[in-house]
Design a protein around this ligand. Structure first.
Ligand code: AMP
Ligand code: MG
Length: 396
């Protein structure tokens, strides 16, 4: 069976995902990190009025040959006075205070000499308009401030508030189902019978999903085709995406590919990556489904390089492709026919990004995952010399 390349698989993934349709209005206190469901335009220009950029003196239009300026009064931030400034006069002014009509420029207080009730300008008369932040300098009424599908991050919410809004339309939070499958799996809190291991994938995936603000529901199932089908049916109806771990490969108990084929469609299965080769992506009743390998490192890597982006797209976000930067990788690496993703720690050292493998890691391992802060991607068949640059995905 030929394997898809990572890029081929990503392309298929992106082509086959749609954002959920339902949106809701939420208060800004609940809007953090949600996906904006409308294009958001400015109704109020920003800044909303001409104001001073510095603490200093606002000048009226200079008179011919003028060297001394009489300081008449002070304007503080928050004042509403609309009195004009006369030519040849100066007013004391502070940052954010309204600049009066008729103003020529503002001079920083460090650039004046005070002579009783008058000032002189150490650097002479400045160009017109200096140190005045004009109404609408940042954006005018009608400007498209935020696109539908953008993340309501801190800056975005500040923009929204600048428009006197206390609530905003966002996409509904998606609900993601997690199904751990395996006869050998035991829930923590129970005694471990011989030949069994604790189900570590469920909490790992739940944590990754909750971190993005998604709701989750999860279940641990044996390798029982009937049980798996039953839960897939339920979750396909109730959830926006399904993650199954275990049983995605080609073993005798690996039912998932056949089940998905029967109940819906397999869009890709088996990708030339290490770890994570058995990954499957498909749909059941229109609900996206991932079959993730049961090995914890494999499930983790697949989440980072496929699943997060997919679910963010389902949530309504645009521009969610993972961002890879380059770092020098100092460990040894022998060429491998699949793209390899290594759990590593990345640091900024002497002006450059440097990544080092956290410890020896098998796809069954857990220890490396806890320490890693990035994944290093080494392309298939790459002849690597320690210190070569490779793409690195910083983990959240
Ligand atoms: P599978 O993908 O079902 O062939 O499982 C591959 C390996 O991952 C086996 O060694 C499983 O015991 C292990 N495994 C599967 N599911 C989990 C899980 N939920 N937590 C921890 N290990 C798992
Ligand atoms: Mg299994």
């Amino acid at each position: 069976m030929t394997l898809f390349t990572y890029e081929e698989a990503l392309e298929k993934l992106r082509k086959n995902l749609e954002a959920i349709e339902e949106t809701e209005k939420v208060s800004l206190a609940r809007a953090a990190s949600r996906a904006l469901a409308e294009d958001f335009f400015a109704e109020i220009p920003y800044p909303p009025f001409d104001n001073s950029a510095v603490d200093g003196y606002v000048l009226g239009n200079p008179l011919d040959g003028q060297t001394r300026w009489k300081v008449k009064r002070a304007i503080y931030a928050g004042e509403t006075s609309s009195q004009e400034i006369e030519p040849g006069c100066a007013l004391r002014i502070f940052t954010g205070a309204p600049v009066p009509a008729g103003a020529y420029a503002v001079v920083m207080q460090e650039d004046v000499e005070i002579l009783g009730e008058e000032i002189t300008l150490k650097k002479g008369i400045p160009p017109k308009g200096v140190n005045i932040r004009r109404k609408g300098d940042d954006f005018m009424k009608g400007t498209l401030l935020l696109h539908r599908g953008s993340e309501l991050n801190a800056g975005a919410l500040a923009l929204v508030v600048s428009q006197n809004k206390t609530s905003i339309e966002v996409f509904r939070t998606p609900k993601i189902a997690i199904i751990s499958t395996g006869n050998e799996l035991v829930e923590a809190g129970r005694e471990l019978p011989p030949g069994h291991i604790y189900d570590t994938n469920r909490i790992m995936l739940e944590t990754l999903l909750k971190r993005e603000g998604f709701d989750t529901v999860s279940v641990l199932l044996p390798d029982d085709e009937g049980e798996i089908v039953k839960f897939l049916q339920t979750f396909a109806g109730e959830c926006d995406a399904i993650l199954v771990t275990g049983g995605a490969s080609v073993g005798e108990h690996d039912f998932l590919p056949k089940i998905v084929e029967r109940m819906g469609e397999v869009i890709f299965h088996r990708v030339a990556i290490k770890p994570g080769k058995p990954i499957l992506f498909g749909k059941i009743e229109g609900t996206p489904l991932f079959g993730l390998p049961g090995n914890p490192s494999s499930a983790f890597v697949c989440f980072e390089i496929f699943v997060r982006e997919a679910i963010l797209r389902v949530s309504g976000y645009k521009d969610v492709a993972p961002i890879w930067v380059k770092a020098k990788y100092f460990d040894e690496h022998s060429p491998h026919p699949r793209d390899e993703f290594i759990s590593a720690r990345c640091e900024y050292e002497n002006g450059e990004l440097v990544a080092r493998k956290v410890r020896e890691q098998g796809s069954f391992g857990l220890h490396a995952l806890a320490d890693a802060n990035c994944l290093v991607r080494i392309p298939a068949n790459c002849t690597h010399t320690p210190g070569d640059l490779h793409p690195v995905l910083l983990l959240r």
